[in-house]
Design a protein around this ligand. Structure first.
Ligand SMILES: [Zn+2]
Ligand SMILES: [Zn+2]
Length: 127
């Protein structure tokens, strides 16, 4: 599949990568729309804190669910979906108190882990 990679500040590449497989609690999303915001601009410019390269950008994502894992609802296949790009650990003090937006190990898709500038993206969970 096509994947856009920010290889280093100021340099984007188009790569061919293997399509992702779908884990039990995951879904595959065919990306249809991507927003580009200041985070992406700063990452490209090399002045985004806590950023490492190479990285697949893209955290404002919408698309179509094309596969769900064995723990997912098969009726979701074919539905449109958007992505909440913040991943919380579920174990830290903030998470245990229901304040997942304050997670001590928060990860942002397209920042701390590869994002959705690709044909098909593996979504870690479905709400
Ligand atoms: Zn953004
Ligand atoms: Zn947490």
């Amino acid at each position: 599949m096509r994947t856009v990679v920010c290889a280093e500040p100021g340099h984007m590449t188009l790569e061919q990568r293997d399509s992702p497989s779908c884990g039990a609690e995951e879904a595959l999303l065919r990306i249809r729309r991507i927003g580009v915001c200041g985070t992406d601009i700063h990452a490209y410019g090399g002045n985004q804190p806590y950023f490492s390269y190479p990285r697949v950008l893209g955290h404002e994502l919408a698309g179509e669910i094309v596969e769900v894992g064995s723990e997912g609802d098969p009726d979701l296949v074919g539905k449109r979906a958007y992505v909440i790009p913040y991943l919380h650990c579920g174990e830290c003090r903030a998470c245990r108190h229901g304040r997942t937006n304050c997670c001590q190990r928060m990860q942002v898709i397209g920042v701390h882990r590869d994002g959705g500038m690709c044909d098909t993206w593996r979504c870690p969970s479905i709400i």
